[in-house]
Design a protein around this ligand. Structure first.
Ligand code: URA
Length: 461
């Protein structure tokens, strides 16, 4: 039996070093015991045996390392052994990782998915409270993750709240930011975290200002924000009140929230874009090359929303650069709109396609995928608060209005988006590429819509 001691539950580097040495010496998985921290010291006579040595180095696919780095944060005690078993298999059978039906690979992928989801929940549901320490203001939060994710999740908060001093306390580990560097310390108990103070009021105001009555679907809310997180979130106490005043609130929403767009907007947008890279909210994340997030200045008064990235966008990681994007650019130019001053994004951030031979053929995003991806458009809109938004086609319109609509019934008049912002609807540029009859007329109508938007922008921005 060989015992490998890891420094912490999420010690990927320790696992990697141990696994490499074990694989080099061809030690079978059942002969290895993985120990975390000081645990089990006596069992093995106090002194750890040196790692086996002498095996030849070997390369593993990047996808395996990504999987291992994430799955290692899972709370399942078997994860180290399972990953080691997979490593041995990859070594003897290159390409083994591609067999997604394999139970071992599926189990590890499910673990990685649970970890990503836990990180996502932590990013979304941590709530800071302000405390004074040594004359300085520090923001402290309590959170109870399901997996060992604190180290993986913390850089997001460092980017998003770079100018604050903050600490996040969890039962296993605490994370601290001093404005320059992240540090990790021992776990804490809920009693160590402050419970209710002025920052709660700030959060409540913030939440109230982004609250959207149209979004109030209790089932969806519980799914997105499981009840176990509610107790740590001051704004959940507000929900009843908010529902009662919902109608009146709607009218004020755009004005009030626009005031939020300040110097932190860029940092907030960068943090959200970063988080979206690891999005697993719907199965599409497994199809495309990458998340294609929106692009453009965060202070842009004009937002364009398309359907989803196409083949070229998926490869480049940028929206609207393929054939539809080129037509869009031409029409914008003719309408006198400078694309570099607008924010361009999509309702769905992953490419959905069917393979035909070597080609990847676009396939339409369904209602579930549009709903799952709505989270990101909400984040983008909360940060940017554009004065005007243009929905390009039916999928974008569905995302912005929260229901299926027909373009012809809404075109040419201002509409209200789900968050109260002003939205205009027109066709998608790829419709102009496809249409056979009256191609020129349809294109001219599209340019006319854009001109109307440019004129309206002068009035409202
Ligand atoms: N079509 C879209 O809707 N978005 C893109 O980014 C490209 C094509």
């Amino acid at each position: 039996m060989v015992a490998i001691r890891l420094a912490a539950e999420d010690d990927f580097e320790g696992w990697r070093e141990g696994a490499r040495a074990l694989a080099g010496a061809a030690v079978p998985p059942q002969e290895v015991i993985w120990i975390v921290g000081e645990a089990g010291g006596d069992l093995f006579g106090g002194e750890d045996a040196p790692l086996p040595s002498g095996g030849a180095a070997f390369a593993v696919p990047r996808a395996f390392l990504t999987l291992a780095e994430t799955a290692i944060c899972h709370s399942d005690p078997e994860r180290f052994a399972l990953l080691y078993a997979l490593l041995l298999r990859i070594r003897s059978t290159p390409g083994a990782l591609e067999d997604e039906a394999d139970p071992l690979i599926r189990r590890l992928q499910t673990m990685a998915k649970a970890v990503r989801r836990d990180i996502h929940k932590m990013h979304a549901f941590v709530r800071f409270r302000e405390v004074e320490t040594d004359g300085e203001s520090r923001f402290v939060a309590w959170f109870e993750p399901e997996h060992h994710i604190v180290r993986a999740a913390a850089p997001f908060f460092a980017r998003r709240f770079a100018s604050m001093l903050w600490s996040i306390l969890t039962p296993e580990l605490s994370a601290h930011w001093d404005g320059e560097a992240l540090a990790f310390g021992p776990g804490a108990s809920k009693a160590d975290a402050p419970d209710g103070d002025p920052v709660e009021e700030v959060w409540k105001t913030y939440y109230a200002s982004i609250f959207n009555p149209a979004r109030l679907k209790v089932g969806a809310m519980v799914k997105e924000m499981p009840r176990k997180y509610w107790k740590n979130m001051p704004e959940t106490a507000l929900v009843g009140e908010l529902i009662a005043g919902a109608q009146a609130r709607e009218a004020h929403m755009v004005d009030a929230s626009r005031e939020r767009t300040g110097s932190n907007a860029l940092a907030a947008w960068q943090a959200v874009r970063e988080e979206a890279r690891g999005c697993t909210r719907c199965p599409l994340y497994a199809c495309g090359t990458q998340t294609v997030f929106g692009e453009g200045p965060v202070e842009a008064p004009l937002m364009f929303v398309g359907e989803q990235p196409g083949d070229q966008e998926d490869l480049a990681g940028k929206p609207f650069i393929g054939p539809a994007g080129q037509l869009f650019d031409r029409a914008l130019g003719e309408a006198g709109i400078d694309r570099s001053q607008a924010y361009v994004t999509n309702a769905v951030k992953h490419f959905k396609f069917e393979r035909r031979g070597k080609r990847r053929i676009h396939s339409k995003a369904d209602a579930g995928e549009i709903t799952a991806c709505h989270w990101w458009i909400e984040q983008e809109r909360t940060i940017l608060r554009p004065a005007l938004t243009v929905a390009l086609g039916a999928t974008a319109a569905r995302s912005l209005f929260g229901k299926a609509v027909t373009i012809s019934s809404l075109r040419g008049r201002p509409q209200r988006a789900f968050d109260g912002g002003e939205a205009w609807v027109t066709v998608h540029p790829s419709f102009l590429l496809r249409v056979r009859d009256d191609k020129e007329t349809e294109y001219a109508r599209f340019v006319e819509d854009l001109v109307r938007v440019r004129e309206r922008l002068k009035e409202v921005a």
